[in-house]
Write a protein that binds this ligand. Sequence first.
Ligand SMILES: Cc1cc2nc3c(=O)[nH]c(=O)nc-3n(C[C@H](O)[C@H](O)[C@H](O)COP(=O)(O)OP(=O)(O)OC[C@H]3O[C@@H](n4cnc5c(N)ncnc54)[C@H](O)[C@@H]3O)c2cc1C
Length: 264
Amino acid sequence: MRIVVLVKPVPDTASGGERLRPDDLRLDRAAVPAVVNANDEYALEAALKLTEAHGGEVHLVSMAGPTAPETMRKALAMGAASGTLVTDDSLAGSDMVSTTRVLAAVLRGIEYDLLLAGADTSDGGGGIVPAGIATLLGLPYLSYAAKIIPDTEAGSVRVHRISATGYEVLESPMPALIVATQALGEPRYPSLKGIMAARSKTLDTNSLADVPLEDGAAVGGAVSTTAVLGSEAPPPRAATRVIREPAEEAARQVVEFLADRRII
Ligand SMILES: Cc1cc2nc3c(=O)[nH]c(=O)nc-3n(C[C@H](O)[C@H](O)[C@H](O)COP(=O)(O)OP(=O)(O)OC[C@H]3O[C@@H](n4cnc5c(N)ncnc54)[C@H](O)[C@@H]3O)c2cc1C
């Protein structure tokens, strides 16, 4: 199986998280070390398990800034075989439309049976890039996957899609785009052997000029349809009241608290 996983480098929230640049209020990606978007690690883990079970390889695709190779090597160390990166100064500040167009254009030049992505990112958090890519490429879109069952002989794939009441079973021909969830299993830690091997794995780095965009498709920060106009910290929370009483008394006090505030 040939599986492509979309991975986005995002600011490491563990190291104090995101900062906006004072001049244009864009995310200051240089200020904080980057990590692979957590949801994309789940997608990558699922892809690695599928290729371990059915044979084949995992290829990474990313659109990101010039420091992205370092972050993508973390995903290569987990076990992906190779990667494609599109990096270009003109793409800084891209909105989701541009990101979707650029990734779709790159994917038109790559062969795959399955395309896996995360549900959303911890920085932009839009949650629509995969659906946009599936639309532009005319791919079946299978979201919120808790289980992925390919039938390589039939050329189809079944997904258990998480729903409010449990899950639905969806089936489509391959190639298809699947949005992964954490239910697919914890991502592995790269082994020392994996980290060493990642250094020599192929990471194909392209500029925007190398990407065969659809005719007339304008992309990049210069055509971004959204801009951050301001940012302020959320108001401090009201004092928290902790109730340490036996169950019955605690329940009575909670009900009283809610009733006083006309919540119940
Ligand atoms: C604070 C902030 C606010 C933003 N607000 C907006 C906004 O309101 N509207 C807007 O259009 N843009 C916005 N952006 C820009 C947007 O984040 C980028 O365009 C981004 O590359 C794609 O959107 P996302 O991160 O929300 O992706 P999502 O749609 O949340 O991503 C879902 C999945 O798609 C894949 N994916 C997404 N981006 C990439 C990538 N660059 N490379 C590889 N795979 C990827 C990953 O698998 C990811 O898990 C914002 C960015 C920031 C930092």
